[in-house]
Design a protein around this ligand. Structure first.
Ligand SMILES: [Fe+2]
Ligand SMILES: [Fe+2]
Length: 186
């Protein structure tokens, strides 16, 4: 079965972007001093490598190969972000990680919508789990900075805080996978 080009591209992009995220978290974990923060960010890095594997497994079922261009581009992006964590202080890596995760949540719910539109439901649980996991990442980063004095300023400039998320998922009242259709519709 041939997937919609937009879905195939979403998968290729997510596959490569997960690598960028994993690299970025290596730098982020390396740059923070606090042991608990280090461990939490390292766990998030592991989550991203797992996502990359899951996305590749789905791609394989439809004969979709990773994009060389995305692989190179996101490799460089990830390494740059990783290195920058050592020089831009404590706050910004948390802020931009939270902001990025906030956008990533809907990537997986959008993929689910694409698959469902052509009658494929077998990936629903995995895509749902990945979307929810990204939400957990967003919430973690948001929690770390919620009382920081820089937050109001960054929120104005870059449009994100845990109070103004880019997605409509509420972990405290989340829908089960079969009712998750209302997520990420614009
Ligand atoms: Fe991820
Ligand atoms: Fe994530």
């Amino acid at each position: 079965m041939k997937l919609q080009p937009a879905l195939a591209d979403l998968l290729r992009q997510a596959y490569s972007a997960e690598k960028a995220a994993a690299f970025a978290y290596q730098g982020h974990a390396g740059a923070v001093k606090n042991k608990a923060e280090k461990a939490a960010i390292h766990q998030i890095e592991i989550d991203e490598w797992n996502h990359r594997r899951e996305v590749l497994a789905i791609m394989g079922l439809y004969g979709i190969k990773p994009s060389r261009w995305y692989e190179i581009r996101f490799h460089v992006v990830g390494k740059i972000i990783s290195g920058s964590c050592y020089v831009i202080g404590w706050f910004m890596p948390f802020y931009f990680a939270g902001r990025l995760e906030s956008g990533n949540v809907c990537e997986y719910f959008r993929m689910k919508q694409y698959f469902n539109a052509i009658g494929i439901h077998e990936h629903d649980p995995v895509l749902y789990e990945m979307g929810i996991k990204e939400k957990e990442h967003e919430v973690y980063f948001g929690e770390q900075i919620k009382d920081n004095r820089l937050l109001p300023f960054f929120e104005k400039l870059f449009g994100w805080s845990s109070a103004s998320s880019f997605n409509n998922i509420d972990l405290d009242n989340k829908y089960p996978v079969e009712k998750s259709d209302s997520y990420c519709h614009k």
